[in-house]
Design a protein around this ligand. Structure first.
Ligand SMILES: [Zn+2]
Ligand SMILES: [Zn+2]
Length: 222
């Protein structure tokens, strides 16, 4: 161990070298999004488009989706350390990253995809909620728990597109009566958009106005 490591014990959450919570080299290596994208589902495109191959013909409950990084390389590392690695301190870095890359959505209130209760208890925090709170501060919009999840929910992991959509059907409901508020739903990763679409649909059913979604990362298929 170098003497410097003793003096600066804080190390980067992604590579383990110097820099806390994420070192400059890892920040530079993040696969940032924020360029032209599909207006509906947020898939990065060469030019801005109204819809794309990924979302055409799909019913989506939300009206637009933005994400800060691609779910690959250091972007994937960041999400996994924050989500599964128990590194709650990455919430602030992650919210800052979203606020830098994504324009503030036109919304009256932010909310988040509800977490699995047991995982949240074990982890001690819920990543999507932490992100929403961090963004609320940065965008000066309140963050409120507007969604409730059915108690028994199979994880989406490992399911394909259709199975994911079926799995989340009826899984969420609006937790309180809404009166046309414009809402942005926050989550850690946009995979197929099935969960976020179900959340948006539940909010609309509960009386919300237009719903947009914002995530830290997005799975980008070529
Ligand atoms: Zn690093
Ligand atoms: Zn699209």
């Amino acid at each position: 161990m170098r003497v410097l490591d003793l003096l600066l014990p804080a190390c980067c959450a992604l590579c383990g070298h110097g820099g806390d919570p994420v070192c400059p080299a890892c920040v530079r290596a993040l696969p940032l999004l924020g360029g032209p994208a599909c207006a509906r589902c947020g898939k990065p495109t060469v030019m801005p488009v109204a819809d794309c191959r990924e979302c055409r013909g799909r019913r989506l409950g939300f009206e637009g989706a933005a994400a800060a990084v691609a779910f690959e390389g250091r972007g994937r590392d960041l999400v996994l350390r924050f989500k599964d690695g128990g590194l709650r301190g990455l919430a602030s870095t992650s919210a800052g990253l979203i606020a830098t890359v994504c324009p503030a959505p036109e919304c009256d209130v932010l909310t988040w995809v509800p977490g699995d209760r047991w995982r949240t208890l074990r982890r001690g925090y819920h990543p999507a909620q932490e992100l929403a709170r961090g963004l609320a501060e940065r965008w000066d919009v309140p963050a409120r728990p507007l969604l409730a999840a059915a108690p028994l929910r199979r994880p989406q992991r490992g399911l394909d597109h259709t199975a994911r959509r079926r799995n989340v059907r009826g899984a969420f409901r609006a937790a309180s009566a809404l009166t046309g508020e414009r809402i942005a739903v926050v989550d850690d990763v946009f995979t197929t958009g099935a969960t976020l679409s179900a959340c948006a649909a539940a909010l609309r059913k509960g009386g919300a106005g237009p719903v947009a979604v914002v995530t830290l990362a997005r799975v980008v298929r070529m």
